[in-house]
Design a protein around this ligand. Structure first.
Ligand code: SAH
Length: 690
């Protein structure tokens, strides 16, 4: 059977529905899932085990049979823990069929067939009674349904339903309770992920400023959480304005209400500053006493000895709707609003308590300016990067002439505005957009900067561009950042090359293309932690989970050639084991060739360590000697620690086997590679031999 999967086509920049093998989706889901990461999370696993043992003992001490309901059993791990701890029977519920099948196999292999019943259903479909899925209601409720935001995976409605229909009153719950903590901070770096700062341009006739549309200034943004590895954020990048406070907690052993609500706390700033960001994380207490606690607190809050790396639970960055000046010691109210699946915050100056309560609006924020829908947080950061802007300014100054006719192809780009300020009055500007959302945003920008009649927005796809769109002019300067919102992997922005090819008949014979070319770079690395998400687990807390390893491996190999995956490497420390190497170049001055671009070679290993994989990134050569790098910024010390562009995701290709060496002499001296850019599909396939 075939199914249709939506995917952006890097040769057209458009979303397409591709016919895929029916197994494609679930293989993707398994291959990219966080199951391996969870199984490697020792801190989580041991605490669940302790909590489950304690809950089973409490029930047994009361002289009752221990009947466990495990919602979202995944590999069956928590049910096996319960059975080992002496539970009489476990109902293990799993909605995702391939996982439910895996759980059945794992449960059998570990000898728990008589104690654990795997039910492939959503918990809200589970029935109780003599003919039901469960014989009776459970008296122990075990779940792990949490994401970084705690409630984003639907924990609240699932608990609400389970308490109503599936468990007994007064049941034991593991975890027993979750508590959400917040801290108010000022951070230019993080605020730059949500608001566009004015862009200063040094033009020949003085300094110019690009301003944001007022719609954007006052826009509350989108309610989707920004989850990051906060432990990678240096303390110099933010200023703490308040102590850590408890925002709200949920007791899982009592009926849970999932309906929208709000929580409010009073804060006394410990420092004056601009309140912009609420940092948030949670902990879960596995037992009522709070002695067994698993916390996501960042490094400045908890002792380093408690540190456990994990990627399935991180920390949250919430943007206040607007920045608010706060004064040390002058109380403010912080309100957390939530619906069933997400949380958002607002801050108010302390007035009378009653007065404040009256105007709590729990509706979730809606982006009014389009920018928060079109640009993600890293894209905001990239546009706010003044150094990067300077590279474009310098190169535009080089290429723009008084009689230039300029066409820009990039998504929601400020390049036309920059170019306008830098170019001579006579320069003609066109800006190609091909989706209405982009049209609205670009138009708002041009209006805010009084450029509506200076830059013409063309709403057409590149291949449908006609000379009448261009007022019968030929383009002498074609520019792009390039950036497209549909790009997932670094080379997907090569869509610029395809668009450039499509508009060739409208270009002058000596057209200047900016960037003139791009290059793909590659380096072999050892990850400090990220390797865990791809590493087999074998046994977990004494249970054989190899079936899961095999299943992930099988899904990774579902495609003949494995695929690289995007990761923002500033969040995932690694060290370089080889020098960076340029592996392919793409000449935008020419059209996309018919044939594939391929390369083979080898890269020397220079440092000892584990070769976990290769990292690949793009560099754009704007003009002679001016480049923008989306990958490795520098290798910061002799140990090989890498610094990555903080606004871009890099491509990571994990090697299927890891080579480890204690000494340089044990190392194979080189890794050989074969890399192929298929110009028909816009995809890059690669193979490495260690
Ligand atoms: N309990 C396992 C896996 C946790 S991942 C462990 O701790 O290692 C969460 C799992 O819950 C996923 O496999 C997801 O498919 C499943 N899930 C989430 N909500 C569910 C629900 N309401 N009913 C059934 N399964 C659910």
């Amino acid at each position: 059977m075939k199914t249709f999967c939506g995917r952006a086509n890097p040769t057209t920049g458009a979303m397409e529905w591709l016919e895929e093998d029916e197994n494609y989706d679930y293989h993707q889901e398994i291959a990219r899932s966080r199951y391996a990461d969870m199984l490697h999370d020792k801190d989580r696993n041991t605490k669940y085990y302790q909590g489950i043992r304690a809950a089973v003992s409490r029930v047994k001490e009361r002289g009752e049979k221990a009947i466990v309901l495990d919602i979202g059993t995944g590999t069956g791990l928590l049910s096996m823990m319960a059975a080992s701890a002496g539970a009489d029977f476990c109902y293990a519920i799993e909605v995702f069929k391939p996982m439910a099948n895996a759980a059945v196999k794992i449960v059998e292999k570990n000898g728990f067939r008589d104690k654990i019943k795997v039910i492939n259903k959503h918990s809200t479909e589970v029935t109780v009674g003599p003919d039901g899925d469960m014989q009776c209601r459970a008296n122990i409720l075990v779940t792990e349904l949490f994401d970084t935001e705690l409630i984003g995976e639907g924990a609240l409605p699932t608990y609400e339903h389970a308490h109503k229909y599936l468990v007994q009153e007064g049941c034991e719950a593991v975890p027993h309770r979750a508590t959400v903590y917040v801290q108010l901070v000022e951070s230019k770096r993080m605020w730059s992920w949500n608001k566009l700062f004015p862009v200063h341009v040094e033009a020949e006739d003085g300094e110019k400023m690009i301003v944001s549309p007022s719609e954007m200034e006052n826009c509350p943004g989108v309610p989707s959480v920004c989850d990051i590895q906060l432990n990678q954020m240096p303390s110099s990048d933010f200023t703490i304005l308040s102590d850590v406070v408890t925002m709200f907690s949920v007791d899982f052993s009592k009926p849970v209400r999932s309906a929208s609500t709000y929580y409010r706390v009073q804060l006394e700033p410990i420092k004056s500053g601009k309140a912009q960001i609420v940092l948030s994380w949670w902990d879960i207490d596995m037992d009522p006493s709070g002695m067994i606690s698993c916390t996501m607190a960042p490094y400045w809050v908890k002792s380093t000895s408690a540190f456990q790396w994990r990627d399935h639970w991180m920390q949250c960055v919430y943007f206040l709707p607007n920045e608010e000046p706060v004064l040390q010691g002058e109380k403010v109210y912080l309100t957390a609003c939530r619906d069933q699946y997400s949380v958002w915050y607002k801050l108010e100056k302390a007035r009378g308590e009653e007065e404040n309560k009256a105007d709590v609006h729990v509706e979730s924020p809606v982006c009014r300016c389009q920018a928060h829908l079109l640009w993600n947080r890293p894209r905001f950061g990239e546009l706010n990067d003044q150094n990067r802007t300077q590279q474009y300014v310098k190169s535009l100054m080089k290429v723009l002439k008084t009689d230039s006719v300029c066409l820009c192809i990039s998504d929601g780009s400020l390049l036309p505005v920059l170019a306008h300020y830098l170019g001579a009055k006579q320069v003609q500007y066109f800006f190609l957009v091909f989706r209405s959302l982009r049209f609205t945003l670009v138009f708002l920008f041009f209006k805010a900067n009084h450029l509506e009649d200076k830059i013409k927005i063309i709403e057409a796809r590149p291949e449908l561009l006609t000379s009448s769109h261009l007022e019968d002019k030929k383009i002498s300067v074609l520019v792009g950042e390039p950036f497209f919102t549909t790009s997932l992997l670094p080379w997907h922005n090569l869509y610029f090359w395809y668009a450039r090819t499509a508009v060739t008949s409208h270009l002058t014979s000596n057209v200047t293309v900016l960037p003139q070319s791009a290059s793909l770079h590659m380096m072999i690395v050892e990850f400090q932690d990220l390797w865990r998400i791809r590493s087999p687990c074998g046994t977990c807390e004494g249970f054989d989970v190899q079936t899961m390893d095999d299943m992930i491996n099988n899904s990774l190999n579902f495609r003949e050639s494995k695929e690289a995956e995007p990761h923002p490497l500033w969040e995932y420390p690694c060290k370089s084991l080889s020098d960076p190497q340029k592996v392919l170049t793409f000449d935008f001055r020419k059209t996309v060739p018919q044939h594939c671009l391929s390369t083979e070679g080898s890269v020397n290993l220079l440092r000892k360590g584990k070769s976990h994989g290769a990292v690949l990134w793009m560099e754009y050569h704007l003009a002679a000697d001016i480049s923008v790098n989306t990958g490795l910024m520098q290798i910061s010390n002799e140990k090989g620690n890498c610094e990555w562009n903080p606004h871009c995701k890099q491509a990571v290709y994990f090697f299927s086997s890891v080579i480890e060496s204690e000494t340089l002499s044990d190392l194979p001296s080189a890794v050989t590679y074969a890399i192929n850019f298929d110009t028909k599909t816009g995809e890059i396939a690669m193979d490495f031999k260690l």
